[in-house]
Design a protein around this ligand. Structure first.
Ligand SMILES: NC(=O)C1=CN([C@@H]2O[C@H](COP(=O)(O)OP(=O)(O)OC[C@H]3O[C@@H](n4cnc5c(N)ncnc54)[C@H](O)[C@@H]3O)[C@@H](O)[C@H]2O)C=CC1
Ligand SMILES: O=C([O-])CC(=O)C(=O)O
Length: 344
């Protein structure tokens, strides 16, 4: 018997929850967070609870899932919140019926580390959670936050392939934070409103694999200003790691970015047209160069990826950034695939 604890246990609460369900039964949207008690998991769960598009929020962590669920579950929005015990049965029940599974489980960086330094620890965490998802929620959209994203996404794909349930349209590396940063940083240079900035960022999610394409937003930075901007977008994560001084990496901005991506998927699933988000997916764009996953703008639809946008016109400088990106990215992807095959 799995031990799931409903966050809202009062009779009134249960009645309200049931009503909430019957009112939206045709549009049931269960979102699962694996790693829900962590630095990202907690604020992400909070933001998801505030989103009226969800009907159910299911929270799992190896430590503290039910506590976060009890806390978030007191917020007066309609969705039910359930926290699960850290057992295989708890994980299975958490995943059952999920439309979206978000994975921020894993260790964050400390100063001096690269995201790739997290590989040894996080690869097996993501593999094991992916195995559970392949078994219990094979049709869910999988949103991978755990680093190194350039490798954990291919690992998840290999797990799903090995179980015969891989759907490339439903696996996403969450790179939203890169575009959030890119718009924020340009607005700081230009004195504009970042909400109105939409900078295209392509590639992957670490260092020089992150490629902002300013020219596509009509900007033409030159020389040192351009180089500093590009570097800040590529290494924005390091700024936070350094400032937190050993206490982890970006959590709050990442929670916002993860909640934004999940909401975009829900919008598309619930019929909204033209929802576009940048994301790291199984992509045809550079397959001829052996790069099998790539982040670019993607139109989302009810079945996940609807259309992968091409990179489009770039400047010579941006092409140089892209060439470097592709080289690094290929290695990161191959490392994940190889590890997953050798460590099933
Ligand atoms: N994609 C992106 O843009 C970003 C990714 N990240 C990555 O997200 C990950 C999480 O970061 P934080 O939340 O700051 O770390 P954290 O250490 O605060 O939280 C991680 C949580 O995962 C849980 N966990 C560990 N193993 C688990 C398992 N097998 N099943 C379920 N839960 C498990 C831990 O108990 C903990 O609560 C890191 O790998 C970090 O590098 C962080 C920021 C941005
Ligand atoms: O920098 C890190 O390790 C966390 C991360 O991915 C980011 O903030 O972009």
């Amino acid at each position: 018997m799995f031990a799931a604890r409903k966050a809202s246990q009062s009779i009134l609460g249960a009645a309200l929850n049931r009503r909430a369900f019957s009112a939206t039964a045709s549009n049931a949207s269960k979102v699962v967070v694996l790693g829900a008690a962590g630095g990202i998991g907690q604020p992400l769960s909070l933001l998801l609870k505030l989103n009226p598009r969800l009907t159910e929020l299911a929270l799992y962590d190896i430590k503290g899932g039910p506590g976060v669920a009890a806390d978030v579950g007191h917020i007066n929005t309609k969705s039910t919140v359930t926290g699960y015990e850290p057992t295989p049965e708890g994980l299975a029940a958490c995943l059952k019926g999920a439309e979206i599974v978000v994975i921020p489980a894993g260790v964050p960086r400390k100063p001096g580390m690269t995201r790739d330094d997290l590989f040894n620890t996080n690869a097996s965490i993501v593999r094991d959670l992916a195995k559970a998802a392949a078994q219990h929620s094979p049709d869910a959209n999988m949103l991978i936050i755990s680093n190194p994203v350039n490798s954990t996404v291919p690992i998840t794909a290999e797990v799903f392939k090995s179980k015969g349930v891989y759907n490339p349209k439903k696996l996403f590396g969450v790179t939203t934070l890169d575009v959030v940063r890119a718009s924020r940083f340009i607005s700081q240079l230009k004195g504009s409103d970042p909400a109105n900035e939409n900078i295209v960022v392509v590639g992957g999610h670490s260092g020089e694999t992150i490629v902002p394409l300013l020219s596509q937003s009509g900007y033409e930075l030159q020389g040192q200003e351009r180089d500093e901007y590009v570097k800040r977008v590529q290494f924005g994560g390091d700024e936070v790691v350094k400032a937190k001084d050993g206490a982890g990496s970006a959590t709050l901005s990442m929670a916002m970015a993860g909640a934004r991506f999940a909401e975009s998927l829900l919008k598309a699933a619930q019929g909204q047209k033209g929802v576009v988000e940048p994301t790291f997916v199984d992509s045809p764009l550079y397959k001829d160069q052996g790069v099998t996953y790539f982040a670019s703008n993607v139109t989302l639809g009810p079945n996940g990826v609807e259309e992968i946008h091409p990179v489009g016109k770039v400047t010579d400088h941006e092409q140089g950034l892209l060439d470097k990106c592709l080289k690094d990215l290929k290695g990161n992807i191959e490392k994940g695939e190889k590890w997953a095959k050798e460590n099933p």
